[in-house]
Design a protein around this ligand. Structure first.
Ligand code: ADP
Ligand code: MG
Length: 251
């Protein structure tokens, strides 16, 4: 279980002190997939950066199974908006990067799992290519293989689908959910798309404007339902989320 207790984050500089998150509280069960949505500047990336261990100075507590969340004890997978691939490494080398960094042995099981994931995501034939030779959608799939291969305790995506164009995005969302369903890794993804939150978020976490607060957490009945747009409840939920986000904008 992930527990966030009274989390506040400040960005301090000589000129000013910016409060980015204000006393966030959240409990999420293991093997949940949570969408984080809210107006621009409300602290979504800040929250993700705390969960990833990039931001270490904060008030409050962030616990994973009752232990303080930390990259030193937990495996944390992060897919940033630009997918975070190293340009001088091939697709295969990028997928195996976290093992190399941790100096862990790469055995035949890992290689086999990598090949299976690559085949599922249709990038097996791109193994020897470099990131500059891939499309955005292909780069994203490499980042997904890399993340699931390392079996993280927690997986974080910061608007990782937003750079993709519409048709590829829908396919990528579906593929991601397929792989997620087989692995059930604790996942948090930031999105500015209400549709993406409704399709991919088992829980939808709605944040408000600066300093960021969580204003509502929704258990989403339309999660992983390909026909969510045809559901009666869809429009109601869509407008509800939209109004909450708009309120954040108006502040
Ligand atoms: P979001 O991802 O929701 O758009 P961020 O988490 O990036 O929002 O930012 C939250 C708030 O903190 C914003 O007001 C932003 O300007 C501020 N902020 C973000 N990063 C920094 C930083 N490194 N230094 C100072 N202020 C920052
Ligand atoms: Mg952001």
């Amino acid at each position: 279980m992930i527990q966030i207790k009274n989390l506040s984050v400040f960005y301090r500089s000589k000129r000013e002190n910016i409060k980015a998150l204000n006393k966030i509280n959240l409990n999420v069960h293991n093997s949940d997939i949570c969408a984080i949505i809210g107006p621009s500047g409300c602290g979504k990336s800040t929250l993700l950066n705390v969960l990833s261990g990039i931001i270490t100075e904060y008030e409050g507590e962030v616990l994973l199974d009752s232990k303080s969340l930390s990259p030193h004890i937990h495996k944390i997978g992060l897919i940033p908006q630009n997918f975070g691939l190293l340009p001088w490494k091939t697709v295969e080398e990028n997928c195996l990067l976290s093992f190399k960094i941790k100096k862990e042995k790469i055995n035949s099981d890992i290689l086999r799992k990598m090949d299976i994931l690559m085949e599922k995501l249709n990038i097996y034939h791109l193994k020897k290519r470099y990131p500059s030779e891939l499309s955005g959608g292909q780069k994203q799939r490499v980042a997904i293989v890399r993340s699931f291969l390392m079996k993280p305790d927690i997986l974080l995506l910061d608007e990782a689908f937003s750079a993709l164009d519409a048709i590829i995005k829908e396919e990528a969302q579906e593929l991601f959910l397929n792989i997620w369903s087989e692995n059930k890794i604790n996942t948090f993804f930031v999105t500015h798309s209400i549709d993406e939150a409704i399709y991919m978020g088992k829980k939808i976490i709605i944040m408000s404007n600066t300093p960021g607060e969580i204003i509502e957490v929704i258990d989403n009945p339309m999660f992983n339902n390909k026909k969510y747009r045809e559901e009666k409840k869809y429009l109601e939920l869509y407008l509800h989320i939209k109004n909450l986000i708009k309120k954040g904008w108006d502040n």
